[in-house]
Design a binder for this molecule. Structure first.
Ligand code: FE2
Length: 290
């Protein structure tokens, strides 16, 4: 069981009250939609400093749109390389939607390959402190959690799902800042194999529901955390995305609701290498905007 494996590693503890004959990971996904993991590697200190670097990066790009444009051009070049197929997505880099009504958010999609690509093809980015600090912080965080995706895949009986010749599994780290005017509409499913909600400054705003053939607004709630958050300890949630339906694992719908303040969050997405998206017929999701 992943629980014993992780205990032995002495790194993480899965959140369960069942001491023996513990429910499998697939079963926990089915019943609750998520598993909670206690992370004793990083706590508030790591993420607070990541958000400080993110704010500095946002301020830099907003004051220097030429650099934001340059990063966008680099991203366009990156997704024309073989890496686009490795990650099977076009989402990389900086997305400033602070002025878009309802969206009111700013996000960055980081990957180690994107980082390497930028530094090798555009070395001038290394000279910008705001970019360097942010990239370094993302690198360290992503590196810390790679093994967790591999262990979860093993526990699910999908050992080979992330294997490739490419060195790192296709993981994208998303750092997001929701502004007070952010207004959500509908829950969504992630277009990932697995998603880790690594940290947020307000956990109560993240609502989940286990997958159901039909669900309503009332099915969604904020998971009760068993692990407290402190300077060097953190509570993480692992959920399935929609790239595992061929294995009869269905994605967990979720939504970040409006809380009227600034909210930061860090999420890690595990994609499937060189995966061609299938057409999925998933349950429709309810509208929260009423
Ligand atoms: Fe999501």
């Amino acid at each position: 069981m992943i629980i014993r494996k992780i205990l032995l590693l002495g790194i993480l503890l899965l959140g369960t009250d069942q001491p023996c004959g513990a429910t499998s990971l697939a079963e926990q996904f089915k019943q609750a939609g998520y598993v909670e993991i206690c992370d004793t590697k990083h706590g508030s200190a790591t993420f607070d400093s990541l958000y400080t670097y993110f704010d500095e990066l946002i301020a830099f790009f907003q004051a220097n749109p030429w650099w934001a444009q340059k990063l966008y051009s680099a991203k366009e070049r990156f997704i024309r390389s073989h890496n686009r197929h490795y990650y099977a997505t076009d989402f990389f880099g900086f997305y400033d939607e602070s002025e878009r009504a309802g969206r009111s958010q700013i996000s960055f999609y980081y990957s180690m390959h994107f980082h390497e690509f930028i530094y090798s093809r555009y070395p001038e980015f290394k000279e910008v402190h705001e970019i360097m600090h942010f990239f370094n912080a993302c690198f360290e965080i992503q590196k810390s959690y790679e093994h967790l995706f591999n262990e979860a895949a093993t526990e699910l009986g999908l050992e080979t799902i992330f294997s490739s010749q490419n060195g790192h599994p296709p993981i994208i780290l998303k750092i997001i800042k929701y502004l007070p005017s952010y207004v959500p509409t509908r829950p969504h499913y992630d277009g990932t194999a697995l998603t880790l909600f690594l940290h947020s400054t307000d956990d109560q705003s993240l609502l989940l529901s286990p997958y159901k053939s039909s669900c309503t607004v009332d099915d969604f709630s904020a998971p009760v955390r068993k692990f407290s958050r402190s300077y060097n300890q953190n509570s993480i949630l692992l959920i399935p995305g929609l790239l595992l339906t061929e294995f009869s694992m269905y994605p967990t719908p979720h939504i970040v609701i409006h809380n009227g303040t600034v909210r930061y969050a860090t999420i890690a997405f595990a994609m499937r290498p060189y995966y061609l998206a299938q057409k999925n017929e998933l349950s429709p999701l309810p509208n929260f905007n009423h």
